[in-house]
Ligand binder design. Structure first.
Ligand code: MOS
Length: 764
């Protein structure tokens, strides 16, 4: 495969639009005659509404409509199996709860009404005038108290086994010469992307709907809206050209549906933009976990057993829960392994995917550090001793794996040899300095995706796909791929995405976009280029007339004979001579055993590459790995931890763009730093409301919290995932980060903190 611009640190093709404010986000597609919606939210955590009085709100200035469960348009009840088929991109609704359809309250902050008014302020004011009487049911909030009542689900995401019993871990642990067992806890965390969720709903007549919606999956948003509003999918268009961060919360929540209902009633376009407070209650969260880990080894550190017991919670509105035992399925060779997940029901809202769901890997990587300390073995050495050369449960080869190289590179770049194995030995003035490391891991998913490419006779190229750029650089790497595969300068390429009317692509979740969409861009460009070549070969006026495809090269919008660039033909000349104003190709690229999308748009021709046969998940385990290294400075008088340096080394296959890839990993590390040191959603146990309501109480890292972050990639293409060899990298960067920081704090202070976030009170 030819790579000229692929891999290079090319600037984002949308950079200028973003920094000048020209890139339009969902809430910015203002319409004529647009009205504004503001929800009424429940102020109890469990129970039902006995009376809802909207009379004062209806009389308030500018109010156009007040929707409650009594008068709101009826939605089609969700059948979970059926809706999965309706969801085009393979995602799932955040929760199965239709808004304002009945009087039941499942959690504090639930949408129970919607005010639509002439202005945002009028809608917000009137929403406060709605009087609601409730009858309360008992609240169940405390995970520690409820965990014994939890159930044991078989799977998460519908396919991943979460109860693992391999060998006999209990016996191995009992008879092991060396053993540690500890409990680690993580807090509930909330999503706060830069752009909160927002929708503008525009009806055309009564059966055509356009949604400008901040979503990670335009096809999913289209499918769900069509389903619950009883519309033909082709009559619903979802548009999201730019998204200010997704991280797993912009799967499908009910804000687009509420906006559509409001717009239906007032017969005008309606904007519904969530506030920061609503981000705490209406768009899911990462559930808290209690994780008990036992590691057993011989004296040399070779693991004989791993037992990882996970407790977390869910609501009765989803099958999702934080599957915190997943990294333990792939990390380290150990003959005996037990992983369980027990899930309790709490009344604090619905958990959802949050960057690397289940894979944060705080507990296992802390436990490995504890074992290394007990054995007086270097933590990297302990990991190398226990390195899994093949997938330890599936017992098949990794598609491509360089974890030991990640450790080696990271140790060298970070200066790991300066670490003292004994805590409290490194001081700088009043600060204790510590070094810690952890393994990063995330599965590599790939779905089918379809791309259409159009080249016009002026040499301009348009690449089209209903994928999303959630801030990651999708536009840029699609343009780079098309540029190389067509031999066209990147400036000539425009990318159209974020529109459900384009060819089908998966939800931008699970780090799947690059792995899925890029092979489709490549395959489609390949088809288009070969069409051009065949046209030249058949064209009596072409200097390539009568040649074979294998003899023809391409570069700079030209075809030419290999070894003789004087025998050439430009795409423009070729198309003009053949009376073509444009050429087009459309191709679906599919992994041999990948997720076949249910799909509500017909696929184009399927990519004919033999190499695709390699991407067989029954033969290879597709997984990414990396290594994280943290240096911390601890002020023991104040209990303050500052991360002073961070090094991250990732093996994610081919790097499509060194600059956007690096940014992704930096973002992932900062995400992990937040989880390590500050992020926690706290609930008032009397009411079940989050008391961390805004960014003033729910702390995320700010610039001063973020140290220099060095990122390195192994960069070797994965020969099995696709012809281009790129796995995803949206999530792996955050995995292992909190453990590396907590391990560094132990190395600095000798204090082992097993409860995240690692706030000053826990160190004092
Ligand atoms: Mo990711 S948490 O699957 O958007």
């Amino acid at each position: 495969m030819k790579t000229n611009i692929i891999g290079k640190p090319v600037d984002r093709v949308d950079a200028r639009l973003k920094v000048t404010g020209a890139a339009k986000y969902a809430a910015e597609f203002n319409q004529n005659q647009m009205a504004y919606a503001f929800p009424v939210r429940s102020t109890i955590g469990n129970g039902s509404i006995t009376n809802i009085d909207t009379s004062a709100a209806e009389k308030a200035g500018g109010v156009l409509a007040v929707l409650t469960h009594k008068n709101a348009p009826r939605l089609k009840q969700i059948n979970p199996q059926e809706i999965m088929k309706a969801v085009g991109g393979g995602g799932i609704p955040g929760e199965i709860l239709l808004p304002v359809q009945d009087n039941k309250v499942h959690y504090w902050g639930q949408y129970i009404g919607l005010v639509v008014a002439e202005t945002y302020e009028q809608a917000r004011t009137a929403a406060q005038l709605v009087k609601v009487d409730y009858v309360k049911s008992p609240l169940v909030i405390d995970l520690e108290k409820e965990k014994s009542k939890g159930f044991k689900p078989e799977k998460v995401f519908g396919f991943e086994d979460v109860q693992i019993h391999e060998g006999n871990a209990a016996n191995a642990i009992k008879s092991a010469p060396v053993e540690i067992e500890q409990t680690y806890t993580t807090s509930t965390e909330n999503h706060h992307p830069m752009e909160p969720h927002a929708t503008i709903a525009v009806w055309e007549g009564t059966d055509k709907l356009t949604l400008y919606d901040a979503t990670q999956g335009v096809k999913d948003s289209q499918g769900i809206a069509a389903y619950v509003l009883n519309l033909k999918p082709e009559n619903v268009q979802v548009i999201a050209p730019y998204i200010g961060g997704g991280f797993g919360c912009k799967g499908q929540w009910m804000n687009p549906i509420l906006a559509a209902m409001g717009a239906q009633v007032v017969k005008r376009p309606v904007k519904f933009a969530l506030t920061r407070q609503m981000m705490q209650t209406n768009t899911g969260r990462r559930g808290a976990t209690i994780q008990k880990i036992a590691l057993a080894s011989d004296q040399s550190g070779k693991l004989t057993a791993i037992r990882h017991l996970n407790d977390t919670y869910t609501s009765n509105l989803t099958e999702f829960f934080e599957p915190s035992g997943l990294p333990t399925k792939v990390l380290y060779a150990a003959p005996n392994r037990e992983i369980t997940h027990t899930v309790a029901h709490l009344n604090i809202g619905t958990p959802t995917t949050m960057r690397a769901p289940g894979e944060a890997n705080f507990a296992l990587e802390s436990a490995m550090d504890e074992l290394a300390d007990k054995l007086k073995i270097d933590p990297i050495q302990l990991r190398i001793i226990n390195h899994a050369d093949a997938d330890p449960l599936k017992k098949i080869a990794w598609s491509s794996e360089y974890l030991k190289e990640c450790y080696r590179t990271g140790a060298e770049k970070f200066g790991w040899n300066r670490r003292n194995q004994t805590p409290r030995m490194n001081r700088n003035g009043k600060y204790l300095i510590g070094y810690g490391m952890a393994t990063a891991t995330y599965p590599a998913f790939r779905s089918s995706a379809t791309v259409r490419i159009r080249m016009t006779a002026d040499g301009a190229v348009k690449v089209m796909c209903a994928t999303q750029d959630i801030g990651t650089g999708t536009y840029t790497i699609m343009a780079q791929t098309a540029a190389d595969a067509l031999g066209v300068p990147i400036e000539k390429i425009t990318v159209d995405l974020g529109d459900s009317s384009l060819p089908l692509a998966p939800v931008s979740g699970g780090s799947t976009t690059t792995a899925s969409v890029i092979p489709a861009v490549l395959a489609t460009a390949e088809v288009l280029r070969q069409d051009l070549m065949r046209m030249a070969i058949a064209d009596g006026k072409s200097k390539l007339n009568g040649r074979k495809i294998e003899e023809i090269e391409y570069r700079d919008t030209k075809l030419f004979v290999k070894g003789d660039a004087s025998k050439n033909d430009s795409y423009s000349d070729l198309m003009r001579r053949n009376s073509k104003t444009m050429m087009e190709a459309c191709t679906t690229a599919m992994p041999a055993s990948g997720v076949g999308l249910s799909g509500n748009s017909a696929p184009c021709q399927t990519a004919p590459f033999a190499l695709e046969e390699n991407s067989d998940a029954t033969k290879y385990s597709f997984h990414s790995f990396g290594a994280q290294f943290a240096e911390v400075m601890v002020d023991e008088d104040l209990g303050i931890v500052r991360v002073s340096r961070f090094t991250s080394v990732q093996d994610v296959g081919r790097i499509m763009n060194e600059k956007t890839a690096r940014s992704q990993v930096i973002g992932g590390v900062i995400y992990g730093l937040g989880a390590a040191l500050m992020e926690a959603t706290e609930y008032d146990k009397r009411w079940a409301n989050p008391v961390t309501r805004t960014l003033a109480d729910y702390h995320v890292p700010v610039n001063l919290d973020v140290p220099p972050i060095d990122v390195y990639f192994i960069g070797k293409p994965d020969p099995h995932i696709s012809p281009i060899g790129a796995r995803g990298l949206g999530e792996i960067g955050t995995t292992g980060v909190a453990a590396a920081i907590a391990n560094a704090v132990f190395n600095a202070t000798g204090q082992r903190i097993r409860d995240l976030p690692l706030t000053p009170d826990k160190l004092l």
